[in-house]
Design a protein around this ligand. Structure first.
Ligand SMILES: [Zn+2]
Length: 378
């Protein structure tokens, strides 16, 4: 295992509401760096909060506060991601895991939100949680009696406020970019175009962060040097994600069916349903099958339709009795764009498409599940 692989290995640290929470070893490096930055600042310089003047604290106290504040900040990031995850679950989407990485976190969802409304609610849940945490922490700082408690509450509150505001920048894949994508998607009904636009805004936001970071880094104070470097790193991280989103949506726009179709595995029209269920289904994990004889498409069988078929009829019914007979929305040619194919699959009731050549012979098959990229969320 290379050093790089070692640092990228994921370890599961907790399970919350059944969702695995995972970190990699780089996280410890960032944790330590954050503790050191906070501790050294609290030890050497006073903290000004409005009209309040908090003098520098002793070395040991500074380190304790550094650890507590950093733990509070990471818990806040976790709370932000958990909020996305629970909202996604409320929208009926399964959660793969929550990852805390050096630049924050992400909740990985098993599938895409089905509507702009769902996308919007899931995206806004994270920053909303961060705003609430910020308000709670500032209230805590207001009522706290000891200087140490005021410091921790104030820093955690500021961190959450920053997290909320930063995540609302309107560039994909930030939450604000997802909100933008949801709004464009609702307006135009075109999710690919909306993703592309939000991705381009993401590239712009990343470029701004990098430029701003370089500017801060060349400014003479030590503190700004670190902030600048951090801004550049976050900018590069975002840029990478935004560029790949734009590329993906571009390729989806120009890609055609033959780029994605698989060779057809067709059922004979005379095949008994019982034999299909006992012999074919265990070997082919598909949710729909084309029915064809001698290369000629007759229709499509979907497992969804089979569910309503009484069990006692399985031994008498044949594929042709239970299939949906061929109709224009069930087949396309190999030069059809994937965009159009996707629309058809969403509405034709079988979630799949048969691909035919000029002569009308079956040459391929496409299922909607195979077009869905896994979704990441930051
Ligand atoms: Zn978020």
């Amino acid at each position: 295992m290379s050093v790089r692989d070692f640092y990228k290995q994921k370890i599961t640290v907790a399970r919350v509401y059944g969702i695995p929470v995972r970190i990699d070893y780089r996280w410890f490096v960032v944790f330590a760096l954050s503790v050191w930055l906070i501790a050294s600042n609290l030890h050497t310089s006073p903290l000004e909060i409005g009209t309040m003047h908090l003098p520098p604290v002793a070395r040991f106290t500074a380190w304790m506060l550094g650890v507590i504040t950093t733990a509070g900040l990471f818990l806040s990031v976790f709370g932000h991601e958990l909020s996305h995850a629970l909202m996604a679950r409320a929208e009926g989407i399964e959660i793969e895991e929550i990852i805390l990485h050096p630049f924050g976190g992400l909740a990985r969802l098993r599938s895409q939100p089905e509507s702009p409304g769902a996308e919007f609610r899931i995206a806004i849940a994270g920053p909303a949680a961060s705003f609430v945490f910020a308000v709670l922490a500032f209230v805590g700082a207001w009522f706290a009696v000891y200087q140490t408690a005021v410091t921790v509450f104030f820093l955690v509150g500021s961190g959450n406020l920053l997290l909320a505001i930063f995540n609302l920048f309107p560039g994909y894949p930030l939450d604000g970019g997802r909100v933008l994508r949801a709004l464009l998607w609702r307006r135009t009904g075109d999710i690919v175009q909306a993703t592309r636009m939000a991705g381009i805004c993401g590239v712009l936001v990343a470029g701004t962060l990098i430029t701003f970071g370089i500017y801060m880094a060349v400014a003479p104070s030590f503190h700004a040097y670190f902030m600048g470097l951090w801004s550049v790193l976050v900018g590069l991280f975002l840029l990478d994600a935004a560029v790949s989103v734009v590329r993906q949506s571009q390729s989806l726009r120009t890609a055609v069916v033959s780029d994605a179709m698989s060779p057809p595995f067709a059922l004979e029209p005379d095949l008994l349903v019982s034999r299909f269920i006992d012999e074919v289904l265990p070997l082919h994990r598909q949710t729909a099958f084309p029915v064809a004889s001698n290369g000629r498409l007759h229709g499509i069988i979907s497992l969804q339709d089979l569910k309503s078929l009484p069990r006692e009829t399985w031994r008498v019914k044949r594929a042709r009795d239970v299939m949906r007979p061929i109709a224009p929305q069930m087949f396309v040619t190999q030069t059809t764009t994937l965009m159009h194919a996707r629309e058809l699959m969403q509405t034709n009731g079988v979630g799949s498409l048969a691909i035919v050549d000029q002569k009308g012979d079956l040459i391929g098959f496409l299922q909607s599940g195979t077009l869905r990229a896994r979704k990441k969320r930051g």
